[in-house]
Structure formats: C-alpha cells, structure tokens
Design a protein around this ligand. Sequence first.
Ligand SMILES: Nc1nc2c(ncn2[C@@H]2O[C@H](COP(=O)(O)OP(=O)(O)OP(=O)(O)O)[C@@H](O)[C@H]2O)c(=O)[nH]1
Ligand SMILES: [Mg+2]
Length: 264
Amino acid sequence: MRPTSDPQPPVPISITICGDGGCGKSSITLRLVRSQWTSDYDPTIEDSYSVTRRIDGKSYHLSLTDTAGQEEYRGMWASSNLGADAFLMVYDITSSDSLDALSYFNDLIDMEAETRIDNASRAQKAGLAPHGHRGGAGSGARTVPPVKIIAGNKCDLQESRQVPAAQGLDWARRRGCGFMETSARLEVNIEETFALIVRRVVEARRLAELGVLDNTDMDRRGVTKPPHAAGQRPGRRRPRPREAPQARRFSGAQDRQWRAAWSQ
Ligand SMILES: Nc1nc2c(ncn2[C@@H]2O[C@H](COP(=O)(O)OP(=O)(O)OP(=O)(O)O)[C@@H](O)[C@H]2O)c(=O)[nH]1
Ligand SMILES: [Mg+2]
C-alpha cells in the first residue's frame, strides 16, 4: 500500500476574532470559511467555525471564534475566548473610534500573555516540557504566548478612510502585533491574514519549545510580549482594561475604489 501524501493530521490552531461592533469580524470570517459576502449587518453574539488550510506544505485545522463587538453582547465575551493561540483584532479604517476600541481587547490579551509567560517560567523551573496547544505534560496551563494580528478592514472604502495605513501599522507595532489591511467585501488579504497568523503561531510554538520566554525578537515579529518581558519585574502589574467603547451601528457597505492594501 502506498503511503498517503499527508499522513499527519492537521495541526490545530485556535483563533479569536475581536474588535468593535460593525468593523467586519463576521464578514472576514465568512469570507474565509464560506467564501460568502453580504452587505447586511446582523450583530453577532458568538459564532464558532472551523476550516482547514494548507500553508507551507502543512495542514492546519483552524478553530475560529467570531465574538461580539456590540457592547450589549460583550457580557458573552467568555474567558475561554482568551485561551486562543492567536487573536485577530479588527478595526474599520473608516472609523478612528474602532481603532481606539482595540485597546480594550489588547489589554485583556496582554494580561493573558503575562499569565502564560508566568506558567511557562514555572513549568521550566519544574523541568516540565512546554505545551499549551496539544495537551502536553504538566498542569495543563497554557504556556505559549498568544499571537496578535491587527486587521484594518474595509480598505475598499478609501474615500471614507479615517485611519491612514501608517497609523494602523504604527499602532500594531507599538503593541507587538502583526498588521494587515483587509477588505471582506473585495476579498483583499483575507487568506493572507490567516496565513500570517498560522506562521506566527508556528513560530511562537517553536520558540516556546526552545524555552524562549523573554525574547525581543518575538516582540518585533508580532508575538505578544507583556510589559515585564522587556526587562522590568513582573510584580503582577495588570493593566486595567479601559471602559468598553460605545456600541455603534454601520449601514451597509458602500462601493468605493480601493488602492493597494497595506501589509508589513
Ligand atoms: N465596504 C465594506 N463593508 C464591509 C466590509 N466588511 C464588513 N462590511 C460591512 O460592515 C457591516 C458590519 O459587518 P459585520 O461583519 O457584521 O461586523 P462585525 O464586526 O461582525 O459586527 P458585530 O458582530 O456586531 O461585532 C456589514 O454591513 C458588512 O457588510 C468590508 O470589507 N468593506
Ligand atoms: Mg459579527
């Protein structure tokens, strides 16, 4: 019997998609999962999807959680959402407020990253193997820092743009995030954004396997690095999440020309 071309089961990766109401989280997700587009807006409470993709010769099983952006549904934002391997933080390039709203999620994710680094450090001291995505040895606590990618969505609406690409990129870099501009409507950088996420998760896991907990290169490459990793002592200094932003509603999509999408 000939061996099958890909005997390995797909590598699981979990991704939480977050951001302000109406910025396009569901539209990006449905583009990826079902190649679907609608200009209707139906606010999400929480939806889960899974999809398999082949990237760099390997299969990945992506479990996606599309979360609520509208404030009235944010109570549903379960702590389990914070257990993801990666976070896609979406804003709308036609709304500066939607970029500001990402600070709330970024603070939550950085707290989670801090916890994972503490777990990894404890596991290392106890001589346990790093884990966090395959149910490895030890206490079961997650130890691989989460990957953060920012998507400036609706880049087809150039005439209504409020956030220049350079501003989005700068915001992302300052917080150790990767950056892409996307359009769910015109299907710009959708696959590319998820491929970037997969590559960064693979890299984060590789570094964790090597026992790299505190690495400036990790930060530059868009892997979350909480404050104390820069050399300050941890001291459990947890940033207080800012107040959740006001819920906003968007009308349907308007057709606009888009120029070249920006990615780093
Ligand atoms: N022009 C344009 N419109 C978009 C794009 N992505 C989403 N929209 C529109 O923006 C509106 C909101 O999109 P959703 O995907 O539902 O937004 P959401 O972030 O999931 O919103 P919540 O579930 O409330 O958090 C809808 O009318 C979409 O059609 C895009 O890339 N371009
Ligand atoms: Mg939604």
